[in-house]
Design a protein. Structure first.
Length: 116
């Protein structure tokens, strides 16, 4: 079987279309999760811990400075606030995927258990 023919059979199968739909929905879902974390969850958490913008929390290793030729060297910092935001986003996505898989498994088991 030629490579092109095999690829055509793969692309026409429902699995490839399902995968493409999943990728598009996943990319959109990423935007929603980012908004939930950055616009809904983190502002109250930042307010509780002292009114800070969480994603801007950082440990500055070296401040920005001007060198002799007039160019500016940027600051060097560890941005742990951005890491905390990313971890929360990951946990939300992982929890959502867990629930989706759990529901799908329940549906599959119910379909297999019911007499056709």
């Amino acid at each position: 079987m030629s490579f092109l023919r095999e690829f055509k059979e793969f692309a026409v199968k429902g699995n490839a279309v399902d995968m493409a739909v999943g990728i598009v929905l996943g990319a959109s879902f990423n935007g929603v999760v980012n908004s939930i974390v950055n616009d809904i969850l983190m502002p109250p958490i930042g307010w509780v811990v002292g009114g800070v913008e969480f994603r801007h929390l950082e440990i500055v290793l070296r401040h920005a400075r001007m060198v002799a030729d007039g160019t500016e060297l940027p600051a060097v910092s560890i941005r742990y606030g951005a890491l905390v935001n990313t971890i929360i986003e990951f946990l939300i996505v992982a929890l959502t995927v867990f629930f989706v898989v759990k529901v799908m498994n329940r549906i599959i088991r119910a379909r297999e258990a019911s007499p056709a």
